[in-house]
Ligand binder design. Structure first.
Ligand SMILES: *Cc1c(COP(=O)(O)O)cnc(C)c1O
Ligand code: SF4
Length: 403
C-alpha cells in the first residue's frame, strides 16, 4: 500500500506568505511562535490553554515553527500537535517524580557538553536550542536555557576528551537540536570527529524533519554523505507529523546514503494506542526510516499529565508484537532515573521451564515446547581469540581510558 502524505502549505495567519519564504528553514526559525498572542492567531485557544502560557513561562521555553504549529487543529485542544508544543498549566503542578534531570545526566557529564554513560559512546550536546520545545522534553535542565552553541573552550574540551578516550567508538550529536546550527558548523564538527581515528560511527539526533523539514537541504545531506558512516535519528511521535514535506526530508537523507531511525515517546492522550503506533511505524518504514526506540516518557519536570503508565505501554507493545513487521517494531525502552541507563521490557512468552524443556505461548496463543540440546555439546566458536581483545576493550572502554 502506498501511504498518502499531505502537503502543509501556508494557511491561517500565514496565507499569502510566499512559498520561497515558507520553505526556507531560516524563515521558519525567524518567525517562530513564542507568545500567547502568536498562538492565538493559529488556534482558538481554550481558557485552560491560555492559562498554560502564563504559568509555564518561567519553567520551560515556549517555541514552535509556523510549519509545525499549523499542522495542529485550529479548533480542537486535544489535537496531538497542540498537546506536544502548547504549554499546559499542569506543567506547574508537581505531584510525582518531577525531575529536572531524570536521566542523571549531570552526574555522568564529563564536561558541560558531554555525557559519557555507556562505555563506547558519548552524547555530545552541541546546542541547547530547538526550533520547537516539546513539553515532555527530558532535558529541561539544559534545553532552551539560552546557552546556544557551545563556545570555543567547551568545544575544545569536548573534542579533547573524545580524542583521549580511545574506547569511544561513537559520538551522538544531540542537544537541543544540532541541526539548528549552520551547515558550516555542522561540517566543521563532522570533520573534526572524522579526524579521530577511533570514532567509527556518528549519530545525529534531530527533530528537524518533523518540525522544520526544510532544514534538510541537498547541501546538508551531501555533508552527511561525505562524513559517513552517519546514522540519522529523528523523532516522530504521531502519524499526523508525517507530511509530504517531512516524508521528502526523510527520503532525501536515506537516498543520499544515511540510514534514518526513529525514536518516539509514548504520550498520554497523544499516541498511546497500538493503532497509532502501527500507523506511525508502517508509514516511517515505507520511507525507509526504521522505528528504533519507543520510550516510556521520562519523569521530567511538569510531565505528569503527558506520561502514560508502564502497564499501558506494555499493553501497546504486546498488541503490536508479531502483528506488525519486525522491521516496523520499535524497541520499548525505559530509561530509568538517576542515570541507571536504558532498560527493556518484552512480553513474557515463557509459560514454564522444566529443566531442558521450555514451554512457550506465542504472540497469538500457540503453545510450543523448545527442548535444549545436551548442554555438554555446547562449545565455543573457532578463532574466538581473534575477537576477544576487541570485545574486552569495548566492555572496559569507560574505565580503562579514564584519565
Ligand atoms: C540513549 C543514550 C545513548 C545511546 O543509546 P543506544 O542504546 O546506543 O541508542 C548514549 N548515551 C546516552 C547518555 C544515552 O542516554
Ligand atoms: S526536540 Fe528534543 S531536545 Fe528539543 S525540546 Fe523536543 S524533546 Fe527536547
Amino acid at each position: 500500500m502506498k501511504f498518502e502524505f499531505l502537503k502543509n502549505n501556508p494557511k491561517g495567519p500565514y496565507e499569502g506568505i510566499a512559498l520561497s519564504d515558507w520553505t526556507d528553514w531560516r524563515w521558519q526559525l525567524k518567525n517562530s511562535l513564542r507568545t500567547l498572542s502568536a498562538f492565538q492567531k493559529v488556534y482558538e485557544l481554550s481558557a485552560e490553554e491560555e492559562r498554560g502560557f502564563e504559568s509555564s513561562a518561567g519553567i520551560f521555553q515556549i517555541r514552535s515553527t509556523p510549519y509545525y504549529a499549523t499542522l495542529g487543529s485550529k479548533t480542537n485542544p486535544q489535537d496531538p500537535i497542540r498537546l506536544i508544543q502548547t504549554p499546559d498549566y499542569k506543567e506547574t503542578s508537581v505531584r510525582f517524580q518531577d525531575m529536572l534531570d531524570p536521566l542523571g545526566e549531570e552526574s555522568n557529564s564529563v564536561n558541560p557538553r558531554l555525557v559519557h554513560r555507556y562505555p563506547d559512546r558519548v552524547l555530545f550536546l552541541v546546542t541547547d536550542f530547538c526550533s520547537v520545545y516539546c513539553r515532555f522534553c527530558t532535558r529541561k535542565r539544559f534545553t532552551g536555557s539560552n546557552q546556544s552553541f557551545l563556545n570555543e573552550d567547551e568545544y575544545t574540551k569536548a573534542l579533547d576528551y573524545i580524542k583521549s578516550h580511545t574506547g569511544i567508538r561513537e559520538v551522538i550529536l544531540s542537544g537541543g537540536d544540532p541541526l539548528t546550527v549552520s551547515d558550516d558548523i555542522i561540517e566543521d564538527i563532522l570533520k573534526d570527529l572524522r579526524r579521530i581515528n577511533h570514532i567509527e560511527i556518528i549519530r545525529i539526533g534531530s527533530r528537524m524533519p518533523v518540525v522544520n523539514p526544510y532544514r534538510v537541504t541537498d547541501t546538508l545531506v551531501q555533508i552527511f554523505r561525505k562524513y559517513k558512516p552517519i546514522f540519522f535519528m529523528t523523532h516522530f511521535n504521531h502519524p499526523k507529523e508525517l507530511t509530504a514535506e517531512s516524508a521528502e526530508a526523510v527520503e532525501k537523507i536515506v537516498d543520499n546514503g544515511t540510514p534514518v531511525m526513529n525514536q518516539m515517546v509514548l504520550l498520554n492522550g497523544i499516541n498511546n494506542h497500538p493503532a497509532i503506533i502501527q500507523a506511525l511505524s508502517r508509514r516511517l518504514l515505507s520511507l525507509r526510516a526504521k522505528p528504533y526506540y519507543m520510550f516510556q516518557c521520562d519523569p521530567s519536570k511538569g510531565t505528569d499529565h503527558l506520561r502514560t503508565s508502564i502497564q499501558d505501554s506494555l499493553e501497546i507493545q504486546r498488541e503490536l508484537w508479531g502483528n506488525i513487521s519486525g522491521l516496523a517494531m520499535p524497541n520499548f525502552s525505559i530509561d530509568i532515573p538517576h542515570g541507571g541507563g536504558k532498560t527493556a521490557m518484552v512480553p513474557n512468552f515463557l509459560v514454564e521451564r522444566k529443566g531442558d524443556v521450555w514451554n512457550f505461548k506465542g504472540f497469538d496463543g500457540v503453545h510450543a515446547e523448545y527442548i535444549d540440546p545436551d548442554t555438554s555439546v555446547i562449545r565455543k566458536p573457532m578463532d574466538i581469540d581473534d575477537y576477544l581483545e576487541e570485545w574486552n576493550s569495548l566492555k572496559d572502554a569507560k574505565n580503562l581510558n579514564s584519565l
